[in-house]
Design a protein around this ligand. Structure first.
Ligand SMILES: Cc1ncc(COP(=O)(O)O)c(C=O)c1O
Length: 370
């Protein structure tokens, strides 16, 4: 049996044909028709008017924060329970992250603590909300609080392509939103991201900054410091074929989640990530917690047992307030995120994973817990 990975790329004949078509067209220079198509298709899916494809989700967040004017002396609110890429760009700009704990219903940012954070600091320039593991945060409350304090919201939808919140697509909310298409995401361009907004000037400015801030002159003219952040037309070719297959991928990941929960959910000490609306999540990764008192195992023992039979499982995100690099930063709450990290893991969830592999994962977990 070969190794079962957490969330490997799912590449099929359609992807080969799409990338091949771009190569044959010779639009291998950075821009081109595949890139335009990918931007408009993702914008349509996320119900956004404008989008710019970039070489990572991190680049998208960096540009959004810069366009919102974040700089030295400012603070930006960010969940503590997320990947470091949700906070690193705050620091690129010399600003301070202020972390906020999760709430139990979605494991995403707690709106009560968000309001507490906004009340306690006067230099908050933006709020970043993350739709973790493919489920949207409680966006109604979060949007309302951001409007009340007049602070722009950035939606980190890196993991949430195809998810929704009360009928609104992930990536459609806030002043800016972004997706990631890195290799472990629900669709991939190997590396890539996209920044979206309904404000045409902001996206035009992001496109300019992402293209070395090159002025529209025949010679190379620069009035600002720019970045080399654009996605290539070749990778957009892969993005287009992957995007056309999104619903099938969501359906398969959902089937994995439901099978895991049906087989393991009744075991003592095992709790699956709560799903608020089964039709709204994209089920990027199946996540669960293991209570070491009642389950007969611990999170780490379970991961080790899976590793012993060549199955990759990983702890949930380590909260940012517990990361050495952010240990001096302010955090509102943090206990829930810390507990999720202590007890939580994600299971193999890829859309190319066969049912027999999923059954091997379930059997290995049952044997360990027994
Ligand atoms: C929640 C979250 N935010 C941001 C990112 C950054 O995206 P990228 O890896 O494309 O830079 C990722 C993915 O890696 C992520 O999972």
């Amino acid at each position: 049996m070969s190794r079962i990975y957490l969330s490997p790329p799912d590449i099929g004949p359609r992807d080969h044909a799409s990338v091949d078509a771009v190569l044959t067209s010779n639009w291998v220079a950075p821009t081109g028709p595949a890139l335009d198509l990918f931007e408009s298709a993702v914008a349509a899916l996320a119900n956004r008017q404008h989008a710019v494809a970039l070489n990572s989700g991190t680049a998208a967040l960096h540009l959004a924060l810069q366009i919102l004017g974040v700089g030295a002396g400012d603070a930006v609110i960010c969940p503590t329970f997320t990947f470091a890429a949700s906070a690193n760009p705050i620091c690129y700009l010399g600003a301070e992250p202020i972390f906020v704990d999760s709430e139990p219903r979605t494991w995403n940012m707690d709106s009560v603590l968000l309001e507490q954070a906004l009340k306690q600091a006067s230099n908050i320039k933006a709020v970043i909300v993350v739709n973790l593991y493919g489920q949207c945060a409680e966006m109604e409350a979060i949007l309302e609080i951001c409007a009340k304090y007049d602070v722009p919201l950035i939606e980190d939808a890196a993991e949430a392509l195809g998810a929704s919140y009360c009928g609104r697509p992930a990536g459609s909310m806030g002043a800016f939103s972004f997706f990631s298409f890195n290799g472990n995401k629900i669709i991939t361009t190997s590396a890539g991201g996209m920044l979206l907004s309904n404000d045409s000037e902001s996206i035009a400015h992001a496109r300019y900054l992402a293209t070395q801030a090159r002025e529209p002159e025949a010679h190379y003219e620069h009035k600002a410091i720019g970045y080399n952040y654009r996605m290539s037309n070749l990778l957009a070719g892969l993005g287009n074929s992957q995007l056309s297959d999104l619903q099938r991928r969501i359906d398969i990941r959902r089937a994995h989640f439901e099978a895991y929960r049906a087989e393991l959910g009744a075991l003592p000490g095992i709790d699956f990530m709560p799903i608020v609306d089964p039709e709204a999540a994209n089920y990027w990764l199946t996540c669960l917690t293991v209570d070491s008192e009642t389950s007969g195992s611990s999170r780490d023992a379970l991961i080790a047992a899976l590793e012993a039979v060549d199955i990759e499982a990983r702890p949930l995100w380590k909260p940012l307030h517990l990361q050495p690099v952010f240990k001096e930063k302010i955090c509102h709450g943090g206990e829930l995120a810390a507990r999720l990290f202590k007890d939580g893991l994600c299971l193999p969830s890829g859309s190319a994973m066969h049912q027999s592999d999923r059954e091997a994962v379930i059997t290995a977990i049952k044997e360990t817990l027994a």
